[in-house]
Write a protein that binds this ligand. Structure first.
Ligand SMILES: C[S@@+](CC[C@H](N)C(=O)[O-])C[C@H]1O[C@@H](n2cnc3c(N)ncnc32)[C@H](O)[C@@H]1O
Length: 283
């Protein structure tokens, strides 16, 4: 069993409500975050990374962020109406009763839908580096005790293996070295016969009407996202040859689902490894 960090859902809701309206949007670490760090937990907490505090504080680290963004229609608007479709793609990879690790919280209804699909005979473990996000996820999952969020860095391997590891729109927000660590952690958490599922941005086709719009959005708001237009997710992995990689494009290529299925018998020859690394894992 993984070490567990249980948040009291009522406490989590109270926690989110402690920040006075209008007083939250400062650069100081908000009280709910500080309070959540102080909550009892069997694990240790990583400090909030610089990229998160510098570029994404407004989206994830304030109580106002939750009030503004944690709605299905808001995420759907950000993803040009594709949120439901991308969530459905993720859910299609999850079996009832599965043991699933979700790297980072997600706004909207993906987490409750995941937990419902897994059901009480399975297990959903969510790790998020921001205490306010872990607390908010636990509040959303309060009636499903087989689902639990805890505070941890997704780049740190948990030391446990799962049927499925899901990484939903996390990579594009990370500096490249962190992307590589998260990809490796996701793969390390994938047990024999299991799969890591990455859903994220990708390079849209040359004539995609949103291509210049997204390039401008990335330049303004998402400084680490463009790498996913240039590199395949498999190219971040230290040991890509231990997996069979497949990739599916959505919405004219603006989004991708990349799946790494762990081989039961890893190849021993260097040719296969070279093929997979050079082709970015595409078959
Ligand atoms: C999954 S990503 C983006 C999700 C998507 N934009 C949405 O709809 O919510 C956002 C989350 O990643 C978390 N995060 C960022 N870096 C992390 C890391 N190294 N480990 C775990 N969680 C991280 C943030 O705290 C935030 O909750």
């Amino acid at each position: 069993m993984l070490p567990r960090c249980h948040y009291d859902p009522a406490g989590a809701i109270a926690l989110i409500a402690t920040e006075p309206p209008g007083g939250a949007m400062t650069d100081a670490v908000p009280r709910p975050v500080a309070a959540a760090v102080a909550m009892p937990c069997s694990g240790t907490h990583d400090p909030l990374p610089d990229y998160l505090q510098r570029y994404y504080w407004w989206a994830y680290l304030r109580p106002a962020s939750l009030r503004v963004f944690d709605h299905r229609w808001v995420v759907s608007a950000i993803l040009w109406g594709q949120y439901r479709r991308l969530c459905d793609a993720a859910l299609a990879q999850i079996a009832s009763g599965a043991d699933v690790l979700q790297l980072a919280a997600v706004y909207g209804d993906l987490l409750p839908r995941l937990a419902r699909k897994i059901g009480p005979s399975g297990r959903l473990e969510i790790v998020d580096i921001a205490p306010i996000q872990a607390a908010n996820s636990n509040a959303k999952l309060a009636d499903m005790p087989w689902a639990n969020a805890r505070v941890a860095d997704a780049a740190a391997p948990t030391g446990f293996s799962h049927d499925t590891v899901l990484v939903f729109f996390l990579l594009h927000e990370l500096p490249d070295d962190r992307k590589a660590h998260v990809v490796d952690a996701a793969l390390a958490g994938t047990g024999p016969g299991g799969r890591a599922v990455f859903i994220d941005y990708a390079r849209p086709s040359r004539w995609h009407p949103l291509r210049p719009v997204m390039a401008a959005v990335f330049a303004l708001l998402e400084p680490f996202a463009m790498t996913l237009w240039r590199r395949e997710i498999a190219s971040f992995a230290s040991n890509p040859a231990e997996f069979d990689w497949s990739r599916r494009a959505f919405f004219g290529g603006l989004y991708q689902e990349t799946i790494a299925a762990r081989r039961r018998d890893p190849p021993t020859n260097g040719i296969d490894r070279q093929f997979t690394a050079e082709s970015g894992g595409r078959r």
